[in-house]
Design a protein around this ligand. Sequence first.
Ligand SMILES: Cc1cc2nc3c(=O)[nH]c(=O)nc-3n(C[C@H](O)[C@H](O)[C@H](O)COP(=O)(O)OP(=O)(O)OC[C@H]3O[C@@H](n4cnc5c(N)ncnc54)[C@H](O)[C@@H]3O)c2cc1C
Length: 798
Amino acid sequence: MTLALAWLAALVALVAFLAAPVVVAPLRRALVSKPLLLRFRQVMPRMSQTEREALEAGTVSFDGELFRGRPDWHSLLAIERSTLTAEERDFLDHEVETLCAMVSDWETTNVHKDLPPQVWQYIREHGFLGMIIPKAYGGLGFSAYAHSEIVTKLSTRCASVAVTVLVPNSLGPGELLLHYGTDAQKRHHLPRLAQGLDIPCFALTNPQAGSDAASIPDFGIVCHGEHEGRRVLGLRVTWDKRYITLGPVATLLGLAFHAYDPDHLVGDRDDVGITCALIPTSHPGVEIGRRHMPLNAVFQNGPNSGRDVFIPMDWVIGGAPMLGKGWRMLMECLAAGRGISLPSSNTGMAKLAVRATGAYARVRRQFKTPIGRFEGIEEALTRMGGNLYAMDATRALTATLVERGEKPSVLSGIAKLHITERARQVVNDAMDVVGGKGICMGPSNFLGAAYMQMPVSITVEGANILTRSLIVFGQGAVRCHPFVLREMAATQERSRRRALREFDAALYGHLRFAMRNFMRTLVLGVTGSHFVRVPDDVAPETRRYYQQATRVSSSLALIADVAMATLGGALKRKEKISARLGDVLSQLYLCSATLWRYEQEGRHADDAPLMHWAIRDAMFKAQAALDGVLDNFPNPLLGALMRRVVFPLGHPYIVPSDALGHEVAKRLIEPSATRERLTAGMFIGSPDEPVGVLERALAATIAAEPVERRIADAVRAGVLASATAAGGGDADLARRAVASGVISEADAALLARQRELAAAVVRVDDFGPDLGTSLLVQSGDAGRGVSTQPHSTRRAVA
Ligand SMILES: Cc1cc2nc3c(=O)[nH]c(=O)nc-3n(C[C@H](O)[C@H](O)[C@H](O)COP(=O)(O)OP(=O)(O)OC[C@H]3O[C@@H](n4cnc5c(N)ncnc54)[C@H](O)[C@@H]3O)c2cc1C
């Protein structure tokens, strides 16, 4: 007993001795904070202005909760999904519906190599190019959420029209002017953009600077020059841009370049920094180049350039005070725009793929069975349905956050990256399901155009590999972590005294935060997170998911800290570790959005399998990402130790079950309220177009199935000879079934209708020997929409 007490006293003394430098402030500063600050100053590269602006741009919202290890689920569930105003709803149901009906991917790509002239006119006249411009300037004044819904719908129809509309409404002159323009600039440009009198584009990318856009070599020298007969202050700009969407038809060029002021005409700095200006494309010296052809999509895209082009200072967005502030402007607008444009367009394409492919899988038969009933196809359909549920949830939540005034820099990166990645998976799966039907291009191919668009979405607005490897965790760790940004700021502080004070405060908070995460992660691991408190009012079937997501969030917070503490600045180069940590954060956001959607939509029991699949898939992926980090930790011992803390009892998550997958797939191959919700807002089009024919064929197939079962039963019972035995084929079997009273005349008509529609669905287009020109001469009606009709559509079912 005495020995035990002595041991205990010794242990307490040891802990007190070790804790003293941390708990006693002056000791802590001298023994811990000061040496660490010195070390930090040595290892941390000095942050450039551009890097700092990129890191600081935008706002932190629910990502902060996910990163800190203890998400406040109440705050997520309190976010009410945005809704459309009556005017926005009306626009979606009329103007957008009309625009969809006016275009087709096939015709824009193969006949006009552009949007048809009447479509351009409709877009301009009905305000599509100025949806986000306030009414005061003649725009539609629509919300971010309405913008998202509109782009989603357009993308279920025609990628080129969606891109044409989304670009001016996201990162471009309109958005930049609204936030940073002078009053005079707003009064001049915004009404012209709103009415479609000007077509804008925004040019950042240079052949030498793609992903590394901050290093653009395009430059402008502050100087005096002649403008409209007067000598004014301005810039002489030289640039070479490529890949610029709408560039070839733009009348107003938004241009990013690096400004220099060697004669100090506006300040005392030579290097002023990235600057954004608006230049009419009619301005002498502006060279609008030819067109690129982005994987057969014919939205306007091309290069432009200029050499020593003088522009007045008034053309700099925001005027002289905004010289050099371009990077921050771009980063802030990107934080919002990136959360809307590609997430919406890719969700739209996925909706098309899911709805059309689900129907196809029921109508198309092989081995006398709808292919959608084969387990192999079911797996693909399951991924398609589950992914789309999570994608649309993430799109809606991100758009709602933007609508509420957030500029979610990390969440918009996650939304862009993961929605486009999942869209690629959805469309790839769909291509596998429909086989040759998706490969042979023509007006009846409903999928090929979306398939070709996928790499464009992956590449633009932050290429996905870069976004995953560098941005999501890199920016998340700094922006969402409660202490890292403060610590970094302290290391950059010039006054040594203030630096130590601020660094010490941040470091001490950080240590407490890390200890709490360590203890919580261990406890949650040992208890399986069963005792985590969850808001009382969540759907009972989702309670465990909140608990499990809290556990993953806690693990992320802990591992992120350990990684940052041990790797420091090297973490930036350890992209594989950084990417996996970003994956954990991303999967947590996708889970949160899925849970949010389930609640917002009223917990439809029929949709539950989609929700369950999406959550389990995301949890499993988060677990795999954590595994990847722990297995590859540069210090293997630390990795093994952390594994004991994060997964003390082994892996808790398994892949979604086959039985659950079956429930998801089933919902894709028959009409239901769930299928309607999953593909809500999709343009179906006329009954004679590919999707319309598929919808009719699906209904006819389902109606015909009981009739077919009766015939099959009669054949099995020996009442009827099978088609093979009788040799008369399918139609003859139906006739004999009527004659022997197995089915009625009406049933036979149903069967015939189903056969006719199914034949139309599986048919693919064929053309003359010279694919190019024969497209136009086949119907002898070149230049009009009908001219491209190849054989299959001319034989289509009325
Ligand atoms: C159809 C289309 C439309 C476009 N529209 C516009 C527009 O309107 N305005 C405009 O200014 N630009 C536009 N762009 C340009 C677009 O933003 C760039 O293509 C994009 O930034 C990528 O640049 P890059 O193509 O030169 O690829 P690169 O920068 O050469 O990248 C190649 C690969 O390297 C990866 N990579 C690069 N750096 C890293 C890193 N540090 N870590 C890991 N991976 C990395 C990238 O992820 C990518 O996978 C458009 C491009 C296309 C194709």
